[in-house]
Design a binder for this molecule. Structure first.
Ligand code: 3PG
Length: 231
């Protein structure tokens, strides 16, 4: 990834405090779901490739929903990198990073948010030039206390925690200086999705978009781009 892509990723992830993580079974729900989330103020959407419909959902959102960035989540291999970029994803997310996946994203035209759960994994990716990382699975891996503890030894890295993040703890994560945004599925609950309750999803999105970050100030003018050299 180039430093220009870091800038682009920081821009995408600081547009709102929460990135909805969407696992969509029915392609027909993708566009109304995305519109409902964007209407509430959440504009960076991660659509996972965990379902057969994932790529088509990305393509549909990219083509039909204005005012959002649609990323591909759960990108695990080179084929999914190509497929996601081909479908129009404007960023890629993975739960972890393997040497083959890192080789595949090198030269990729869109930014990549790789996942880590330990200090060693974060250090290895920082050496590769990645300054913004997903912390996954956030709650099982140690949660707020763990992520806070990484801040002192790894001050150049910003994290997007996901996995067990929700309305009850998002503000506490966002208050950490090393958190650029949080991700989670709670803004698009399965029952609301199944029943097409877009009003409820917009309300959840609106609440999430208001979650404040009083301490790190990322959204109040700073780029959110940490200082990691060597890209
Ligand atoms: C992810 O893929 O980032 C997580 O599975 C989302 O986790 P959540 O469902 O606990 O929000």
């Amino acid at each position: 990834m180039t430093s220009g892509q870091d800038e682009a990723l920081a821009g995408i992830l600081t547009a709102a405090p929460v990135v909805p993580v969407l696992t969509i079974e029915d392609r027909a729900t993708a566009v109304p779901l995305a519109r409902a989330l964007v209407a509430g103020g959440l504009t960076a959407l991660e659509v996972t490739l965990r379902t057969a419909a994932g790529l088509e959902c990305i393509r549909a959102i990219k083509g039909e929903v204005e005012g959002c960035n649609v990323g591909a989540g759960t990108v695990l291999d080179a084929r999914q990198v190509d497929d996601a970029v081909g479908a129009g994803a404007t960023f890629l997310v993975s739960p972890g990073a393997s040497p083959k996946l890192l080789a595949a994203v090198r030269g990729c035209p869109v930014p990549f948010l790789p996942g880590v759960a330990t200090a060693g994994e974060a250090m290895a990716l920082a050496e590769e030039g990645f300054a913004i990382l997903k912390f996954f699975p956030a709650e099982p891996a140690g949660g707020i206390a763990y992520l806070k503890a990484l801040g002192a030894p790894l001050p150049g890295i910003r994290f997007c925690p996901t996995g067990g993040v929700g309305a009850k703890n998002a503000a506490e994560y966002l208050a950490l200086a090393n958190v650029i945004c949080v991700g989670g599925s709670w803004v698009a609950p399965g029952d609301a999705l199944a029943s097409g309750n877009w009003t409820r999803i917009t309300a959840l999105s609106r609440e999430a978009a208001q979650i404040g970050r009083p301490q790190n100030g990322v959204r109040s003018g700073k780029s959110g781009l940490p200082n990691v050299a060597g890209r």
